[in-house]
Design a protein around this ligand. Structure first.
Ligand SMILES: [Mg+2]
Length: 138
């Protein structure tokens, strides 16, 4: 069987999955694994912020609906941290949402997120956004 791996994920490219639902976490981890990528996991937006400050990921998959601090709130905090610390290469943030309303999308981009995928997502969706992140020069 053909495997659509990501052969070009650079050494040290770090991904964080911010997702509160354990089943969705497993699905995303397995999909990423099949693409040849691994990730750390944060169970809510606040954990995502703390882990980002500690580990400086290259890419964050950010669930929109999470307890404690939601995806939009976490993205705003992360961008604030990057601004205050004069971080030159901001992390690429991909919003992951269960509904595809356009105001959701707008809210994500206003919060400083870079991209957007809907649930349920396919491996191809993940591959596409990772490649977009890799090819961005931000
Ligand atoms: Mg959720």
């Amino acid at each position: 069987m053909m495997r659509e791996g990501l052969n070009s994920v650079p050494e040290g490219f770090k991904i964080l999955l911010a997702e509160d639902n354990p089943i969705n976490q497993r699905i995303a981890v397995l999909s990423l694994k099949r693409l040849g990528a691994s990730c750390d996991i944060a169970g809510n937006g606040n954990e995502a912020l703390i882990k980002y400050i500690e580990n400086r990921y290259n890419l964050i998959f950010m669930d929109m609906q999470m307890p404690v601090l939601d995806g939009v709130g976490a993205a705003i905090e992360i961008r604030e941290f990057e601004k205050n610390n004069r971080i030159e290469k901001p992390v690429w943030i991909v919003a992951v949402t269960a509904n595809s309303f356009s105001n959701d999308r707008e809210e994500c981009f206003e919060a400083g997120m870079n991209d957007f995928i809907n649930k349920p997502f396919s491996e191809f969706d993940l591959k596409r956004v990772i490649e977009k992140c890799l090819h961005s020069n931000s």
